[in-house]
Design a binder for this molecule. Structure first.
Ligand code: ADP
Ligand code: ASP
Ligand code: MG
Length: 459
């Protein structure tokens, strides 16, 4: 753990009281928000203005992809390419450090740290590379960004302490966050480092049950922020990114999308799970359970209102649309299903056995259709389902998800959605599973058309 403190804003060693803990916000900055020296300076200015915060950082944009590339080169025994990519990355970090730090001593410290980190990274090139080494390599990105930002905070005279996320972020044997461990250990870490203005740590990285370095999956820094926000517990979880909040449709495919100022936790959770890339799929859940508001804010436009996610009052409105790619639909048709009980249990047991979760489900008297987003065990699943009936598989499908306050007694929402998509072939429709979403399964090739039609008709 690296500690530094130059400010006197808070009495040192005063002991962290529950009220100091309670007043802390979590601020998470994504890849683009730390994507260059200038961006790092901007985000530090935002943090300095806030004070009393836990700051969670992603890797600089492009770094995690680059580390995954390095790991792949090593696996494929393309060692010269791996080394070249490590050199390029080191050059990028050296020039970022030079642009970021003016203080000679701190710049020297950054360069020494970079030498050490990149020597360690190079040591992976000439040894066996399993998934353990792959996860260790991927973890370098967040260590690099937090190292540089912590030195810049020091240069600015801020009272900050850098915490090693692998000391308190942990996943269990199912790859799920161990929230009890996280709570106990982040609170202990804060108690051992009392009274600072800024606690800085890495997003994404953690340890697993066996104590090995692991991660919370791509985009997982959001998840770190909400897990820590719930564990501390903080007063608010801010996700700072490159757009002014959750938009009402995917801005990568649809023009003229607009930010949604308020979302219920459930609405945000559905949107994140069904493809709104601005949030990691499960990151809303810890905040929802702890009832801590989440705000999505834009580092490039800090005064913009963004999106506030909390327990909103009912609005009776459709709020936004998202799409989840790489979906496979499986239909099981069986005359045995007619008037039989226990058929669905048998179907679900097969998915459970192969640890494959089901997203959508629709049934009729003679068949059931489900969707999955993970084809790892598709072959075995289809083989076992075939014993129950006739199985057909449709691949390269997309779930389009319409989200809002869609309580069933509020009339007309489903008609509006289906009407908007009357030109698009729809393979499945799911409505009524929650009060917050209508999901439709369509072909991948129809996705952009469907998203545009929904924006035209609904907003
Ligand atoms: P970060 O690196 O800060 O975590 P991400 O790239 O993960 O940022 O998420 C922000 C991006 O999410 C935006 O630039 C935008 O392209 C994309 N995005 C997809 N759907 C939405 C949506 N509904 N609202 C806002 N952004 C979205
Ligand atoms: N750096 C990780 C990624 O690119 C985590 C994150 O940015 O949220 O997936
Ligand atoms: Mg992200």
């Amino acid at each position: 753990m690296q500690k530094f403190s130059t400010g006197n804003k808070i009495r040192r060693g005063a002991g962290i009281t529950s009220s100091t803990l309670f007043n802390m916000k979590v601020m998470k900055f994504g890849g683009t928000s730390v994507g260059s020296a200038q961006r790092m300076k901007n985000m530090v200015a935002l943090v300095a203005a806030e004070g009393n915060v836990m700051v969670v950082l992603s890797a600089m944009s492009g770094t995690t992809n680059s580390l995954i590339g390095i790991s792949q080169f090593i696996k494929d025994n393309e060692l010269a390419n791996a080394s070249k990519q490590i050199d390029d990355l080191e050059n990028k970090y050296e020039s970022t450090a030079e642009e970021l730090l003016t203080d000679k001593e701190l710049l020297g410290q950054a360069k020494t740290n970079l030498k050490k980190i990149f020597t360690e990274l190079r040591s992976y090139v000439n040894r066996p590379h399993t998934s353990k080494e792959e996860k260790e390599v991927v973890a370098f990105g967040e260590k690099l960004s937090t190292m540089l930002v912590s030195l810049y905070m020091k240069e600015r005279g801020l009272d900050a302490v850098l915490l090693d996320a692998t000391e308190f972020m942990r996943i269990n044997e199912h790859g799920e966050p161990d929230q009890k461990f996280i709570k106990e250990n982040i609170q202990k870490t804060l108690e051992n480092n009392p009274g600072h203005q800024i606690y800085l740590t890495q997003g994404f990285i953690c340890r697993n049950m066996d104590g090995e370095i692991d991660n919370l999956q791509r985009g997982g820094s959001d998840y770190t922020a909400s897990l820590l926000g719930a564990a501390i517990p903080s007063t608010e979880i801010q996700i700072w990114t490159d757009i002014d909040g959750m938009h009402n449709n995917d801005p990568r495919f649809v023009e003229g999308t607009k930010p949604v100022n308020e979302l219920h936790f459930e609405e945000a959770a559905e949107l994140a799970y069904f493809g709104a890339k601005i949030l990691h799929p499960t990151c809303v859940l810890p905040a929802k359970h702890a009832n801590i508001p989440v705000r999505l804010l834009n580092t490039m436009e800090p005064e913009a209102e963004g999106t506030r996610i909390y327990n909103t009052e009912p609005t009776r409105k459709i709020k936004a649309v998202a799409a989840k790619d790489n979906i496979t639909a499986i239909k099981i048709k069986s005359s045995h299903m007619l008037l039989a009980y226990g058929f669905l249990r048998k179907v679900f047991e097969i998915f459970e056995k192969y640890q494959t979760s089901i997203d959508m489900i629709t049934t009729s008297e003679v068949g059931v259709s489900v969707t999955i987003d993970n084809e790892r065990n598709l072959k075995q699943i289809v083989a076992e389902l075939s014993e129950l009936g006739n199985v057909t598989v449709d691949r390269e499908m997309v779930i389009v998800c319409v989200v809002g306050d869609l309580e069933w007694q509020n009339r007309g929402f489903e008609a509006e959605v289906v009407n908007a998509l009357k030109e698009v072939p729809v393979r499945m429709i799911s409505y009524g599973g929650s009060n917050y979403n209508i999901s439709l399964l369509i072909r991948k090739d129809d996705k952009i058309k469907a998203l545009k039609l929904l924006s035209e008709h609904l907003f």
